[in-house]
Design a protein around this ligand. Structure first.
Ligand code: ADP
Ligand code: MG
Length: 279
């Protein structure tokens, strides 16, 4: 598998040298493979956002190195290439929406890439269609729900055709239904469009569809693996104050009541299938 992002021995401290310095990351080694869906989880303050901001050079390392497609993010001459390869979506879409009409908003990124008008138009059409929000094209973002705004923000990044989209807790402000809609769209971008996805989240239900997950604690990576592997390490998850996916919790409760269910159940569909097999 080809490495899209590589992080070696990364450390980062906010307000370095000051009395109130905070070491947010230390000794981080990781990679992101082209085409994968990676989830990064961990409690508030564990360093997820600080790490993610290194993936497109919003922050640069105090120690260690970060490479995107082999380019060090400290290479100032290549920062435009890095930002083109790795797009960012933040928690609050209001901070990302700049225009008063959805289609203009989605066009903003490609315009900044200096593309020809007809190319921009095609990309806006494609991004809106891919996320099933063509009907919002002429709306004002102010009139949209939080979930719709987040999809527009994602469309704006998608229209730049990045290799990779990093989403920093994109569903934190959303109701459960919008949350599901955003996640389904993100999963589809990965599976159908081949876009590498890095999803930062502390909702364990959101990681069940990822290929691989990383758990952070106090600025370090402490667990890496498939969701099935990770949720089998029950003691670790509890110790870290993290939650289990709902389906895994239900399966565990049913096992305690004597039902024979495999340990690997983490999503609802699989739970239903396994329960049906029992009959
Ligand atoms: N701009 C900042 N200035 C100072 N400290 C910060 C700043 N941003 C984050 N931190 C601190 O860095 C640590 C990691 O934070 P962060 O990367 O935001 O974690 P997460 O995204 O997992 O919640 C925390 O201790 C946090 O308080
Ligand atoms: Mg964060």
């Amino acid at each position: 598998m080809e490495k899209l992002i590589e992080v070696t021995n990364l450390a980062y401290t906010y307000r370095a040298g000051a009395g109130n310095a905070v070491t947010a990351l230390s000794g981080i080694n990781m990679e992101v493979y082209r085409g994968e869906f990676l989830a990064i989880t961990g409690q508030n303050g564990s360093g997820k956002s600080t790490l993610a901001r290194h993936f497109n050079g919003l922050l640069t390392p105090d120690r260690g190195e970060v490479f995107v497609e082999g380019i060090p993010i400290t290479d100032k001459k290549r920062i435009a290439d890095i930002r083109k390869a790795v797009g960012m979506v933040f928690q609050n879409p209001d901070n990302q929406l700049v225009s008063s009409i959805v289609e203009e908003d989605v066009a903003f990124g490609p315009e900044n890439l200096g593309l020809a008008p007809e190319v921009i138009r095609n990309r806006v059409d494609w991004a809106l269609k891919t996320l099933n929000i063509e009907s919002l094209r002429l709306e004002s973002p102010n009139n949209l729900s939080e979930g719709q705004k987040q999809l527009v923000a994602i469309a704006g990044v998608l229209a730049m055709k990045p290799e990779c989209i990093v989403l920093d807790e994109p569903t934190a402000h959303l109701d459960p239904r919008s949350r599901r809609e955003v996640l389904e769209n993100v999963t589809r971008l990965n599976r159908n469009e081949g876009i590498t996805i890095i999803l930062l989240t502390h909702f364990m239900n959101e990681v069940v569809f990822c290929d691989r997950m990383i758990i952070m604690d106090m600025g370090k990576i402490i667990i890496t693996g498939t969701p099935q592997d990770v949720f089998n390490k029950e003691a670790d998850i509890v110790r870290l104050g993290l939650d289990f996916p709902v389906a895994a919790r239900i399966a565990s409760g049913l096992r305690a009541k004597g039902l024979i269910l495999p340990e690997s159940i983490i999503d609802a569909e699989e739970l239903v299938n396994q329960l049906c097999l029992l009959k």
